[in-house]
Write a protein that binds this ligand. Structure first.
Ligand code: ADP
Ligand code: MG
Length: 497
């Protein structure tokens, strides 16, 4: 009888559900979509690399058991990981990885993800080191951005967005140093002392815009230079893919060709040792060859927990500059510039109202503008103060929701798969305790609640319990890699809103 993947997966879920808690099941198994069953290999799609690692780390035995029951001793499981959600123009991209164990296999087999997580330098990483030391080869390179292109540098695509320029990057006190350092680098890549240039600042403050502007400026003035913009996330995914397809050497060689490397959101490399190792070698090679490196991070380098010291100390070779939230005048100028760029007309008092009210970040400000324009054209109504107030009510509520204690508790409870009320109860069950400690840690980090008040919100606990929890979490972040990545993943939920 021919089985289809949905039926097989539904049966697997029944087996798994019987073996794990309801919340965990909801969190980790409901989002999975079965995509294919072929030759006894079941492929399931998971939303992210992190999700995959989590399943492999925590539920591999349950999965193994279910696959065995459904597909027998030859059954195998593979993951299809969504690595890029895509957009209207491009389809989502996925990456396939095997499970770390066969359904019946006695010994675990290392996967690319496992190789990445820890342990001694893998042979592929050694290849990278060798590649970094050798001069860039002249043939058979694979561009990780466009599968198997030849080596002609003219074809190498920069991955830049042309709409991010210095001209439309409004200067203010909040960004003066970063902007002028960026301009200096853009005018003389690789020859200023700003190498590497590291720009850091909170979400939506213009990091990506600024570093893309550097790239676009260099491309416009130095046609022969190979500028490459890549997010640290994409870099990581490409690296994993190259491990999977035995093309690590190609991956390294491709990056060694770059003249100006722009790596966005370098905090994403935290806790990813093998990827960091690869970046370290690329960094050294490019830097020695006088190539320019530009990076961004959402926090100052000293707070990049999970980044190796030797990499961090490299960042100090150049200049580190920050971006602050724009002041009122800069916000006004940004709105006016945006209106002009998009041909939007908004009455001056509305512009002023927006600049006064939205002081979190520039992305938020742009979001409000877009929603106002959309409402105005949908309702065939001119944008006025009333409409702006309506639009802002929604945004302001969201901003408040982001920092409050309820949101953090709810998010942590969901994430660890424990019921919210247990988080605030007396239970000392290990999984509840961990979730509770992590939630306390984030409340301390993201809100202004006193220790006493935090204790009060977690079932009337003493402030010393809160101190102990925060300390335990901090210690675990330092000592336990997988815990550290858990925290990083959660931190994104709070910082990325
Ligand atoms: P980040 O990378 O720091 O999260 P982005 O670079 O994506 O932030 O910026 C968010 C939005 O705000 C972008 O659309 C960007 O063009 C705009 N923006 C940020 N700073 C400025 C500025 N100084 N002038 C004009 N637009 C800005
Ligand atoms: Mg960005």
């Amino acid at each position: 009888m021919l089985k289809d993947c949905r039926t097989v997966w539904a049966n697997c879920l029944r087996v798994i559900k019987a073996n794990i808690g309801e919340q965990s099941f909801k969190t980790w198994f409901q989002p999975i979509v079965p995509v294919q069953l072929h030759n006894n290999v079941l492929i399931i799609q998971v939303p992210s690399q992190f999700f995959y690692e989590w399943l492999e780390e925590h539920y591999v035995n349950e999965l193994k058991k279910a696959i065995y029951q459904e597909l027998g001793p030859d059954g195998r499981l593979e993951y299809s990981i969504v690595v890029d959600q895509g957009n209207a123009q491009t389809k989502p991209r996925t990456l396939n990885l095997p499970t770390s164990r066969k359904a019946t296999g006695p010994a675990p087999v290392a996967t690319p993800a496992a190789a990445l997580a820890d342990g001694p330098m893998s042979s592929s990483a050694r290849n990278v080191a060798a590649a970094a030391a050798a001069p860039a080869p002249q043939a058979t390179l694979r561009n990780p951005f466009e599968a198997s292109k030849g080596i002609d540098r003219n074809y190498l695509h920069s991955q830049l967005n042309h709409s991010y320029t210095f001209e439309n990057y409004i200067e203010g006190d909040c960004n003066r140093l970063s902007r002028s350092a960026g301009l200096a680098v853009a005018n003389k890549p690789g020859t200023t002392s700003f190498n590497p240039l590291m720009i850091y600042g909170g979400v939506g403050l213009g990091k990506t815009h600024l570093v893309q502007a550097i790239g676009n400026h260099i491309k416009a003035t130095n046609a022969d230079k190979f500028v490459l913009y890549v997010s640290a996330e994409k870099f990581t995914n490409q690296f994993i893919e190259s491990l999977r397809s035995n093309a690590v050497q190609d991956f390294a060689n491709f990056y060694l060709l770059v003249d100006i490397l722009i790596l966005d959101d370098v905090q994403f490399l935290s806790g990813k040792d093998k990827t960091q190792e690869m970046f370290f070698h690329i960094f050294n090679h490019l830097h020695q060859a006088g190539k320019q490196i530009v990076m961004t991070s959402d926090r100052p380098p000293r707070d990049l927990i999970g980044l190796e010291d030797r990499l961090l100390s490299r960042f100090k070779w150049g200049l580190t500059a920050d971006l602050q939230s724009p002041d009122f005048e800069t916000r006004m100028a940004i709105i006016q510039n945006k209106m002009q760029q998009d041909g939007i007309d908004i009455p001056p008092q509305v512009v002023e109202y927006l600049a006064h009210s939205v002081n979190t970040n520039v992305r938020e400000l742009e979001g409000v503008l877009i929603s106002l324009v959309a409402q105005s054209s949908l309702n065939r109504r001119e944008i006025d103060l009333e409409m702006a107030k309506q639009a802002l009510r929604h945004i302001i509520e969201e901003v408040e929701a982001e920092v409050n204690i309820d949101y953090i508790q709810k998010t942590c409870a969901e994430y660890f798969g424990v019921p919210l009320d247990l988080l605030k109860a007396k239970t000392r069950k290990k999984e509840v305790v961990t979730a509770r400690q992590v939630a306390m840690y984030f409340v301390k980090e993201h809100t202004t609640h006193s220790l006493k008040s935090i204790g009060h919100h977690f079932g009337g606990r003493d402030h010393t319990t809160v101190i102990h929890s925060v300390q335990t979490v901090s210690d675990l972040i330092d000592s336990d890699k997988s815990f550290r990545s858990t925290i990083q993943e959660l931190r994104k939920k709070f910082a990325g809103k």
